[in-house]
Write a protein that binds this ligand. Structure first.
Ligand code: ZN
Length: 185
């Protein structure tokens, strides 16, 4: 009912189409663009064009499909919020690694349940090089957690769009990289 009123309101103002802001949610999407992910506005120029390196797409849709696009917006906001939570958890885990390693591993695991990004693991391995060199058992735990979460990443709907061969190649590439970054022995 509320959606019907909203649609009516737009139509009265002569609007037949609306616009939805889309960004690609990754580890490096800035917080401003994440906050705009899914927002709906009457005109494309209602949105800023930050040209800050984050992906930006404005999707035009008919006013009468507003209910479906508001539902999409809700899911997009959720994804953006999960990414913000994931970054915080990953940062906290990094800070805990030297002093409370078991807790750190658990937190890396939960962050990895949202997503895993190889550039972040590369930075982690570089920053913690000394600690990890002395702690083979910690390296092994991290390797195990990151490999499992990395493999899960490719079963998620957003990666199902990739052609099968590309998906497999990317998965294998990441696996090899994780094993390099957190070596055995
Ligand atoms: Zn941005």
């Amino acid at each position: 009912m509320l959606n019907a009123l909203r649609i009516g309101g737009h139509l009265i103002l002569g609007r037949t189409h609306l616009w939805q802001y889309y960004t690609n949610v990754t580890w490096r999407t800035c917080e401003e663009c994440l906050a705009r992910h899914g927002r709906i506005a009457p005109r494309p120029n209602s949105f800023p064009d930050p040209q800050d390196g984050c992906e930006r797409k404005l999707l035009r849709f008919p006013v009468w499909e507003l209910a479906a696009y508001r539902e999409k917006a809700r899911l997009m906001r959720k994804l953006a919020q999960e990414e913000l939570w994931r970054r915080k958890a990953f940062r906290e885990a990094t800070e805990l690694l030297a002093t409370r390693p078991a807790e750190a591993v658990r937190l890396f695991d939960r962050a990895g349940g949202v997503d895993v990004y190889i550039p972040e693991l590369e930075r982690l391995a570089a920053e913690q090089r000394e600690l990890l060199a002395q702690r083979p058992e910690l390296r092994a735990r991290l390797r195990q957690v990151f490999l499992r979460r990395w493999s899960e990443k490719f079963t998620k709907p957003r990666y199902e769009r990739l052609p099968e061969r590309m998906r497999q190649a990317r998965e294998r590439w990441g696996e090899a990289r994780i094993k390099e970054l957190f070596p055995e022995g």
